[in-house]
Design a protein around this ligand. Structure first.
Ligand code: HPA
Length: 283
């Protein structure tokens, strides 16, 4: 079965479980899944990734592996608690499959979140960073192989992959609610080992501000389908060689610590993104 058909089947399954028709989705990264359980989501339907036809299952600790459909301030949203990563052994096609399902459900804008290591000296653990651009060091592109024109073009532009208007909105909303937001370039590695200090020095020279193991494939797949992207990194640690040795426990703990700020920012952004993609903002 081709991926368009399997994504369509998965999308129809999800939509059969709810009356809501979200135009905005959020992918919640390591330690950030709490938003999916927060009382800010009402009328929620929760579906395990494992129950969705053709959906890959998340194996990473700190990822609940659930798709939550609900209302945030009256705006229908789809939130993925967790994602799958290339380092888990999934193919790039599997890594971007959930994005394709969301798009087939009618989603037109996505907020991708992740835990990341801070490379820029301006960053410390707990900082939120709105991505301005990325550097793909995964060694793979999820769109390689035959192109299915029902998703998008063979060659597509990545000049403004992270929507400039959404970025401006995130900066403005951060200021309004008193949450300091940084901007920066995300560099994706495949992991699962963290980087060496020499790699981090090289990435610094290349212009990276944060480093992580996700988001880039999803951004590429979203842009292929014309879905708008806002991406936010939570700096959970200083990158290798810039602070203490790295530990996944710390990554999850810092996610917990920024939870309040993070949820507040998402709550204030969602209605504005929904309005941008023409979704009803109330009711
Ligand atoms: N490197 C890669 N991925 C990460 C890091 C890091 O330092 N922190 C959280 N995810």
């Amino acid at each position: 079965m081709d991926q368009y058909t399997s994504a369509t089947i998965a999308a129809e399954f999800v939509l059969s479980k709810t009356k809501l028709r979200p135009k905005v989705a959020i992918v919640l990264g390591s330690g950030l899944g709490a938003f999916g359980d927060s009382p800010s989501i009402t009328d929620a339907t929760r579906i395990s990734f494992g129950d969705i036809p053709n959906f890959p299952k998340s194996t990473a600790e700190g990822h609940a592996g659930k798709l939550v459909i609900g209302n945030v301030g009256g705006v229908p949203i789809a939130a993925m608690q967790g994602r799958v990563h290339f380092y888990e052994g999934y193919t790039m096609e599997q890594v971007v499959f959930p994005l394709r399902v969301l798009a087939r459900m009618g989603v037109r804008a996505v907020i991708l979140t992740n835990a990341a290591g801070g490379i820029s000296p301006k960053l410390e653990s707990g900082c939120l960073v709105v991505l301005t651009d990325h550097i793909n060091m995964l060694g793979h592109n999820p769109m390689s192989g035959p192109n299915d024109p029902r998703f998008g073009l063979r060659f597509f532009d990545m000049t403004a992959a992270y929507d400039p208007a959404y970025r401006a909105l995130a900066m403005k909303e951060g200021k309004r609610i008193g949450v300091k937001i940084h901007e920066g370039v995300y560099l994706a590695v495949s992991g699962p080992s963290y980087e060496t200090p020499a790699e981090i020095r090289a990435f610094q020279v290349m212009g990276a501000d944060v480093v992580g193991m996700s988001t880039v494939p999803e951004t590429i797949a979203a842009r292929h389908m014309g879905v708008k992207v806002l991406a936010i990194s939570c700096v959970t640690n200083l990158a290798a060689g810039l602070g203490a040795p790295l530990d996944h426990k710390e990554v999850l703990e810092v996610g917990e610590r920024v939870r309040g700020h993070f949820v507040a920012l998402l709550e204030s952004l969602i209605p504005q993104l929904a309005a941008d993609v023409g979704a009803p903002v109330k009711g």
